[in-house]
Design a protein around this ligand. Structure first.
Ligand SMILES: [Zn+2]
Length: 660
């Protein structure tokens, strides 16, 4: 075969060419794939890396949302806002003199720890970070800041940084309701997904806690170029606005702002129904006692006062004052952290007779003509031990009106036996006893109205084969009929009960945030029931003679239709008290809690008031006068405000602090 050697050579060449081509193609493919992986697949990862090398987000803190309340007829009264706190700082790079001299001058002027400051200055020097902002003193008073400003020429390198700090305008008044702030902990920091930073404050109780997300606002940000590992150092003008043009890092490198500032968005404000003047009055009345006063608008459930004693000033938690004061508030006795109006329970005592009367009238067990005779004691068939009326000599023949007015126990023992525990429980639930009222605050407790199921559930596990241990006995119904035994309630629940009596039989849901206003639910009590209970409770407050005074006559105000019911919540076994001849001799811790629940029928707005004084012993002597003072104050404050000249006389804000 004749073979063309050229052709053979050529074919061999093209073969190699193909081979090389394929190799090149493969290599290209590899490169492209690699590039694709780098550019597309891992692009985000690389971008993040390179960005973090170059750019840094400088955070701008938002001011916290304000809390507004009312004062009499005035609305939009500032209860919590933000003041401008001034931190005193030192920047070595800005100081052209001997830092020791500056430290000495500062100490002479405002008293600082010279040695500690010098140590910090030397440290930044050693680490070559001359632009680091060294904290001299946190949150200095305005007078001190003024003096530093005045002598600025002699204090090169010293400047103030302004930041917003929470201020509680009325100090301790309403403090427990507003709540307090404290720094986030490590765990919260990790779980917050970047929302919180080290040193941030967070609402821990009350409204500050409940509305943390609303009040906090959102951070402002600016992107700055970062040329080194130094930390950006922010400066502010006297109003707290950041100086963007002079932004440097702690090495002194200028940082260029890459992106316009995204300003911090202040937290949203909330408006609450609290009447700060009334709250101040209620807290003043409770001074030196442990107890609570609740005032509700009986028709709407607006919470006008929710006083608890002792309270605390939440400003202590954000102030420059020491941590000892904070620890005392948190751990001291008596407990200041609980609001006794809705976070503590007490036996409702005789105030529960209002509910008993309502249930019995609605169930048709009694009517206006039903009478029972009180001989001072009550017997159950087969039980040798009698139950006594508080009035040992007895009340004689009483109807429901007199039973409420004079608080006859025997009348309600009789009523209770006819109602049975089941219907008592049913009406308690309807009228808001033994369950949370739904107040828009954290930590409300439900109290307890016992039932057959409750007792069985509680005791059967321990005594499965002894039914007598967990069975409900008629004697327990006797105790429940006058609000004793296992029954407990909060002062707020009693106010909700009173509201229904005042407003004609509607259960209201108490609320503090104006945004949570709700229409009352269905009507629970008939006109006739409401009218009879009101008659009894009016008679309770009437001052005799000619008719005998009711147990609540200390709350009587001439010309006002005030209804009321006293109560003494048995605190310890009566035997402990009986060893003392006079009430005055009984040690305070053994005395009963004093109740007075009341309402006003003929003035606008109609209000329901609930007063509890721990160990006050007698509702009639201790709690009723407080209700009277509160009612008087409430309507007087609204009258006065018709006259603009007197408008300034209501609650005065606590002094101190200034607005940014
Ligand atoms: Zn009686």
């Amino acid at each position: 075969m004749n073979v063309d050697p050229q052709k053979e050579q050529y074919e061999g060449f093209t073969g190699r060419l193909y081979f090389i081509g394929i190799l090149i193609a493969l290599a290209m493919l590899l490169l492209v794939t690699r590039l694709w992986i780098l550019q597309i697949v891992r692009w985000d990862e690389f971008r993040a890396k390179s960005t973090s090398n170059r750019l840094r987000i400088q955070r701008l803190e938002p001011p916290r949302g304000m809390i507004f309340g009312r004062d009499g007829l005035r609305s939009d009264v500032v209860l919590a806002d933000n003041r401008a706190a001034r931190d005193l700082l030192f920047v070595p790079a800005d100081c052209d003199r001997d830092p020791e001299e500056i430290c000495r001058r500062l100490n002479e002027m405002i008293g600082i720890d010279e040695a500690a400051l010098l140590k910090k200055i030397r440290k930044s020097d050693k680490e070559n970070q001359p632009h680091r902002q060294i904290l001299i003193k946190k949150d200095i008073p305005r007078s001190v800041a003024g003096r530093v400003e005045e002598y600025a020429y002699a204090l090169p390198g010293v400047f103030t940084l302004v930041r917003p700090v929470r201020r509680y305008v009325y100090g301790r008044t309403g403090g427990q309701l507003l709540g307090y702030l404290s720094e986030v902990n490590r765990k919260e920091l990790n779980a917050s997904d970047g929302i919180y930073r080290m040193g941030d404050l967070k609402g821990r109780s009350g409204l500050e806690r409940l509305y943390e997300d609303t009040l906090r606002g959102s951070d402002g940000r600016m992107l700055v170029t970062k040329f080194a590992t130094g930390v950006p150092q922010l400066r502010t003008d006297p109003y707290g606005n950041p100086y963007v043009e002079n932004l440097v890092d702690s090495y002194g490198h200028n940082l260029r702002v890459e992106k316009e500032i995204e300003p911090a968005i202040a937290g949203k404000s909330i408006h609450i129904t609290l009447d700060i003047g009334l709250q101040a009055k209620a807290e003043e009345l409770l001074k030196g006692e442990e107890g609570a006063i609740v005032v509700l608008n009986a028709d709407t459930g607006e919470t006008l006062a929710l006083a608890s004693s002792p309270g605390y000033d939440p400003g202590v938690f954000v102030s420059r004052r020491g941590s000892r004061e904070r620890m005392e508030i948190l751990l001291g006795k008596p407990n200041r952290m609980i609001n006794r109006a809705f976070q503590e329970v007490y036996p409702p005592g005789s105030t529960y007779k209002v509910l008993m009367a309502a249930a019995a009238l609605e169930e048709g067990i009694i009517d206006e003509n039903t009478t029972f005779t009180c001989w001072g004691r009550f017997h159950l068939p087969g039980v040798s031990r009698p139950w006594h009326c508080w009035r040992r000599s007895g009340h004689g023949k009483v109807n429901v009106v007199d039973a409420l007015a004079f608080s006859c126990d025997v009348f309600f023992y009789e009523v209770g036996q006819r109602l049975t525990v089941d219907r008592i429980k049913e009406w308690s639930t309807k009228l808001g006893m033994g369950e949370k009222t739904g107040l828009d605050m954290p930590g409300e407790v439900p109290g307890l109205i016992p039932s057959r199921e409750w007792k069985e559930k509680r005791l059967k596990p321990a005594h499965p084969n002894e039914p007598w241990e967990y069975r409900w006995y008629p004697g327990e119904t006797v105790n429940l009929s006058i609000g004793q035994g296992s029954a407990t309630a909060t002062p707020l629940q009693c106010a909700v009960l009173m509201a229904a009596v005042v407003n004609g039989g509607y259960r209201v849901r108490p609320y503090l945030n104006e945004a949570n206003a709700q229409k009352p639910g269905e009507r629970l009590l008939s006109d006739k029931t409401v009218s009879l209970i009101q008659q009894g409770m009016l008679k309770c407050v009437v001052k005799g003679p000619p008719a005998p005074s009711g147990t609540g006559h200390a709350a009587y105000i001439e010309g006002m239709s005030i209804i009321g019911k006293t109560g003494s919540a048995q605190n310890v076994n009566l035997k402990h008290q009986e060893q003392y001849e006079n009430d005055e001799d009984i040690p305070k811790e053994l005395r009963d809690h004093a109740w007075f629940i009341s309402g006003v029928l003929d003035l606008e707005p109609r209000i329901a008031v609930s007063v509890l004084v721990e160990h006050g012993h007698h509702g009639s002597r201790v709690a009723a006068p407080l209700a009277k003072d509160i009612i008087e104050y409430f309507y007087a404050s609204r009258d006065e405000q018709d006259d603009p000249l007197l408008m300034t006389q209501s609650a005065s804000p606590a002094t101190g602090g200034d607005r940014p």
